[in-house]
Write a protein that binds this ligand. Structure first.
Ligand code: DC
Length: 215
């Protein structure tokens, strides 16, 4: 065993199912899980709460360095406006450097970790023994998000959600620093026509092979 734990890197666009898959994988192997999107969201929320602008990189970096990985509250941070603000500060190299440092420290935990995000396999943990790139068509991702909102008893507008998914893809894939893309050695998992259980089984087969080779 190496001194740091076994890291599973899970990347992909918004609403591809990587969050649910990451939680299932972490639970199955008893690994620590970090949704790195929440670190960008927590930085954005701290700026919004402090009434600070979203375009001042030095202030945003300071907030990023103060984010506590143990105190990330998914319910609070999942608000739409926080996601929008997060995608604006996620283009700033100083913010990314600060959060990537914290994410790398997290990835060393024993016995292993699952990190999900956009740049885990390419930038944060390029040596991770397992890299998965989870994707689905924009239509399927928008429909899943639409169904989730409707299931909570809230009205939803499919076209608006679809436009939002496309806009987020453009921002995540088009930025200069750490754009969203599969690592060269990532396993692609297209979940457009897969249930979450099927995606989990596919991921598990890949992870089990890598674990058996890990020394
Ligand atoms: O996955 P999410 O919606 O919680 O991510 C919020 C924003 O943070 C999104 O615009 C993408 C960005 N992000 C990133 O740039 N790198 C990561 N590793 C995770 C998220």
């Amino acid at each position: 065993m190496s001194s740091s734990g076994f890291t599973i890197a899970i990347d992909g666009p918004a609403a591809a199912g990587k969050g649910t898959l990451s939680r299932l994988v972490a639970g199955a192997y008893g690994f620590h899980h970090l949704d790195t999107g929440l670190t960008y969201r927590a930085t954005a929320k701290a700026l919004l709460d402090a009434g600070q602008p979203l375009d001042d990189e030095a202030i945003a970096e300071k907030m990023a360095r103060e984010v506590e990985l143990g105190g990330l509250d998914r319910d609070i941070l999942s608000k739409h406006e926080i996601g929008e603000a997060a995608s604006k500060i996620a283009v700033m190299p100083a913010v990314r450097r600060a959060l990537v440092e914290a994410q790398r420290r997290f990835s060393e935990k024993q016995p292993g970790t699952v990190l999900d995000g956009r740049d885990i396999g390419t930038v944060v943990c390029p040596d991770a023994p397992v890299k998965l790139y989870v994707t689905a068509s924009p239509q399927v991702r928008a429909k899943r998000r639409y169904d989730e909102i409707v299931a909570r008893g809230v009205d939803a507008d499919f076209d608006a959600i679809f436009d939002d998914v496309r806009r987020r893809d453009e921002r995540d894939m088009g930025r200069a620093d750490s754009p969203l893309k599969p690592a060269e050695d990532a396993h692609l998992l297209d979940t457009s026509e897969m249930s979450i259980e099927a995606a989990f089984q596919a991921a598990k087969s890949i992870i089990d092979v890598a674990l058996s080779r890990y020394a």
